[in-house]
Design a protein around this ligand. Structure first.
Ligand code: NAD
Ligand code: GLY
Length: 366
């Protein structure tokens, strides 16, 4: 079973392969036609599961394969890990005709992508995502980054991969909580862009059934990637429409920062963030109460948190949201749904309005 999509970006276009037990070597031969030296970047959770198999497939296809194993976790998405990749590349004697392969979730993908963007001023790379979140979101679209102690994803580049190959077999070993977190981003696509897909998820998004049914998973990942590819093709560097992909992220980042990064998973924070954005949208008359309730119900069914953490106030949100990269000319920019299946960016929401809505939400959840 192999599905193929294309991200259309002129000379930087690339394929997305989605399937089961993918032959990475064969697929990457097409994306990286010269028999290159290839550095696999992975981490110490994914390596014992998938490194040998991936190395074997790439070696059999004629690549000279090296690897570097980073420590697992968002807290290692740092300049030190980035330097570890650089050191591995230099020590292996690799030059400008090498390529990188990111084997792992979004953390590995973002770091390997940034390393590829900057090693010798840029070498090609491919994404081999192994989490649901990475398959439906972070591996596609070319956003790469590492964190700075003062902010998440503060140092990075837009740099597109040469191919993405998502082997859904990898989800068999992914913890259920991580699958749920990935569903946060999946639901996002339905809310911002595709009402039919949202309704499809309402019919199918029972986590246990989802994990069991690979055909359904493939169809779901494919639809998410198609939407992301369509949005990125229109606006690669987030000058306009691409910002809708950040639904829930402004509120979500505030929750992640408040609790300390890593306490809630990114997709969990995005799930609650989407509820808060929808609640704000309801107060602006953009979303009906029935639509708001459908959004909350789907997020809850995917086993994502739906309540603001104990003790977190409207003031905490505003203080933390002001640090977000998406603040422009002093205004916090909110992505809000317009019903289900459409969304837009709003820069006219005052802190007073946001605070009032958040305070009311907190009161209602008590
Ligand atoms: P992650 O990379 O931390 O992976 C989650 C956990 O699952 C990790 O412990 C990882 O080692 C483990 N894991 C990965 N694959 C596995 C498998 N098949 N079996 C068992 N365990 C496995 O987290 P994530 O949710 O994939 O990504 C989150 C990151 O992605 C954040 O840093 C976020 O900023 C970034 N992100 C980037 C973009 C983008 O457009 N570039 C978009 C969304 C999120
Ligand atoms: N995850 C948001 C984006 O890729 O633009």
């Amino acid at each position: 079973m192999l599905e193929t999509l294309q991200v259309d970006l002129k000379d930087r276009s690339y394929p997305i392969y989605i399937g089961l037990n993918l032959a990475y070597g064969e697929l990457l031969q097409k994306a990286l036609p010269q028999k290159r030296e290839l550095m696999i970047v992975t981490n110490d959770t994914v390596a014992p599961l998938y490194l040998d198999k991936t190395r074997a497939s790439l070696s059999a296809a004629g690549f000279q394969v090296h690897h570097v194993i980073l420590k697992d976790g968002e807290s290692y998405k740092t300049v030190d890990s980035y330097m570890q990749i650089m050191t591995a590349l230099i020590e292996a004697g690799l030059s400008r005709d090498c390529a990188l392969a990111a084997l792992g979730g979004g953390v590995v993908g973002d770091m390997a992508g940034f390393a590829a963007a900057t090693f010798m001023r840029g070498v090609p790379y491919v994404q081999l995502p192994t989490t649901l979140l990475a398959m439906v979101d972070s591996s596609v679209g070319g956003k790469t980054a590492i964190n700075h102690p003062l902010g998440k994803n503060m140092v990075g580049a837009f740099y597109q991969p040469k191919a993405v190959a998502a082997d859904l077999q990898a989800l068999d070993t992914l913890p259920r909580r991580e699958i749920a977190a990935g569903m946060g981003e999946v639901i996002k696509y339905g809310i911002i862009y595709d009402a039919e897909f949202f309704a499809y998820l309402e019919q199918h998004a029972d986590l246990s059934a989802l994990i069991a049914d690979k055909a359904h998973l493939i169809a779901m990942v494919k639809r998410c990637c198609a939407i992301k590819a369509e949005v990125v093709a229109q606006d690669e560097r987030e000058g306009g429409i691409r910002a809708i992909l950040n639904l829930g992220h402004t509120f979500g980042h505030a929750v992640e920062a408040y609790l300390g990064f890593g306490t809630w998973l990114h997709g969990e924070a995005v799930g609650l963030g989407m509820i808060l954005a929808s609640y704000l949208a309801m107060h602006r008359g953009l979303v009906s109460r029935e639509q708001y309730q459908r959004i909350c119900a789907l997020i809850a069914r995917c086993e994502l948190p739906v309540k603001i953490p104990d003790g977190m106030t409207a003031d905490d949100f505003l203080r933390l949201m002001r640090h977000d990269k998406k603040v422009k000319n002093g205004a916090i920019r909110y992505v809000l749904p317009q019903g289900i299946g459409r969304s837009a960016v709003y820069s006219d929401i005052s802190d007073a309005e946001a605070a009032a809505v958040l305070t009311q939400f907190i009161k209602e959840q008590a």
